[in-house]
Design a protein around this ligand. Sequence first.
Ligand code: ZN
Ligand code: ZN
Length: 790
Amino acid sequence: MKPSPAASAPAGHGPASAPVDLLRRLRARGAGDPVTHVERVPARAGVPAPWPPWAPTELRAAFARRGVVAPWRHQAEAATLAYEGGHVVVATGTASGKSLAYQLPALATLLADPRATVLYLAPTKALAADQLRAVAELELDGVRPACYDGDTPRAEREWIRRHSRFVLTNPDMLHHGILPGHAQWSGFLRRLAYVVIDECHTYRGVFGSHVAHVLRRLRRQCARFGATPVFVLASATSGDPATAAGRLTGLPVTAVTEDASPRGGVTFALWEPPLLPPDSGSSSPVPPQATGDHDDLHQVRRSALRETADLLADTVSEGVRTLAFVRSRKGAEVVAANARRALDDAVPGLGDRVAAYRGGYLREERRELERALLHGDLLGLASTNALELGVDLVGLDAVLICGYPGTRASLWQQAGRAGRSGQEALAVLVARDDPLDTYLVHHPEAIFGAPVEATVLDPANPYVLTPQLACAAAEAPLTPADLALFGDGAKEAVDELVAAGALRQRPTGWYWRHRERPDVDLRGEGGAPVCVVESSTGRLLGTVDGGSSHFLLHPGAVYLHQGVSYVVDELDLADGCALVHAEEPDWSTHARDVTDLSVVSVRSYVDAGPVGMFLGEVDVTSQVVSYQRRRIATGEVIDTRPLDLPTRELRTVAVWFTLSPQSLTAAGVQTSDVPGALHAAEHAAIGLLPLMATCDRWDIGGLSTALHPDTEAPTVFVYDGHPGGAGFAERAYGTASAWLRATRDAIAECGCETGCPSCVQSPKCGNGNNPLSKPDAIRVLDVVLANLPT
Ligand SMILES: [Zn+2]
Ligand SMILES: [Zn+2]
């Protein structure tokens, strides 16, 4: 690729055909065509609705002053449902104006009833501060909105409790501050009319399950004071938002999903970097470990980073204002550096118009960056998604997304950065070598069709439910009626607390026995997190959850933190900390574990002839026993070093399938190939699960075996990596045929011959990706799909 010097002057940004023409030039530069699909997402005119008749004139006038002439249809629809007392979730696109949908009924009620109150919950303090500003700007008499979080000065807290009628906070503060102090909040809670839960899709997995119980505790306290607030939730678009919102709140929730807000047109291309000849992989100048990409021996596809860098150079050389999103900070720097070099080769000095953006810039620096982009001094920027938080960029013509960002919500958020007021824009998703990316670029319907990826959580997880019931009991004795509120498993959890001496049963209920409140961390992951500390400075670099610590922080491990390389000197499990020093050795480390899994109980199963599909509890025992050091440049194994770490036990939820040996033989899988077939199917299935549920492949573990003692058959297990389960395996079970169909297609459609990171290799394999049989994995999945009812 050489950018054409003739095109280096900024081109115009006019006609609707510009992105299509630009894409044509980009895809014409290589030998093959890397574009697997082009979707034209047409511009959409907004559909306004009249103000609902119940919306008071004063409120309409306040919104009009802020430029809102009329609501969009989805805003009016959700607002009216909530005003009439229904619990509602509005799940529409980025910037579709979800806040008006809850501000309208909440504020109308505050104006109509001078005593009513509203509680607003956001996942971050920054978002709560944003919303506070928006509500305050309406200048409505008597609402007195206020943020109440860990930063709120003590002196102001009492005033807020007594006088604010619109309190903005977060689930942690509700859990640690408001609910334990409910006596001081009784006036506020007694009059609570609405609970608003913003960005509710962020409450997923174990954290989401905790928040679900915090909300039940809130409902219980309100009920004690005679209040039954209406819940209004806002979510990114996702599969089945009503079910997720219902699980989160424990209430029946109606979903409003039809987005009636206007948007600009986008030409969206899916781009798959070409396969390279087998031997050229090691010549890549970008060591995968250093960039957060996979760490396998053979890189057979051109790396998404190099491809993105070339695209960035191409668009910048045409004067197109372009933002590239890259997952890791180091990756963003590599993309910017490569693009700069390519541009300077073509026209010396042109490279100066590309920069890398990292999070943590000062406010003035961010403004300077915005200014440079706006004026065209800067044309290309490579950034991690940190950019979403701090920089307000307008007037971008193209967005390059290097690797699927994990959820559709993030994908659209990033693509949504392109397009200046009403102008057409280009978005390109560059696939990384990962089974999910491979699947998506060959299945555009999974991106552009109705979403299937759902926000999952599991409030019945006993590791969440039991401590949450302890918190509830410490707030007020539990009664038999409360058990229904907390759902399945509540009685067992209470019995366990009684047996442990934490609760005492009396005729009127269960009483918390201790003086201190239970110490429960909403973001805890079972095992305590391990702190990563730089020995020389004592600086805390970050934390790693207990479950991953043996893998990532064993002595000698090379640990990457925000793109910087460290080596672990010592892992002190008793103190929960790892001591590291900065060092960039030319090898990477790969921990090996031995895992054992036994079935505890079966919750549900499907008997499908030679195939069985199961959901149940399992005990996973694993021990990290050694690690390999591999040369970064070549992948060559330097040595294998033993480790002396204790075994770890995990009781969790798993989905598993079994096949009869006869069905495998009939499908053409040789007995000796069964382990490789199952292992390859397991890896790809784990890689594809994020398509069905918002999880990361690191949330999931797997085990496959040609003969398992508990199932007495060839079996593939996929389990939640969190004690008690987080809902991922359950979702996999519920969508088994769609999930395994996608897995099969991802493997079959990968152009490699014997398996690669884009299909059956896994970056976290405890067995060094051995054995793996790609063709036999397809046969295994075909047998499962042929028998499993859809
Ligand atoms: Zn492959
Ligand atoms: Zn493996």
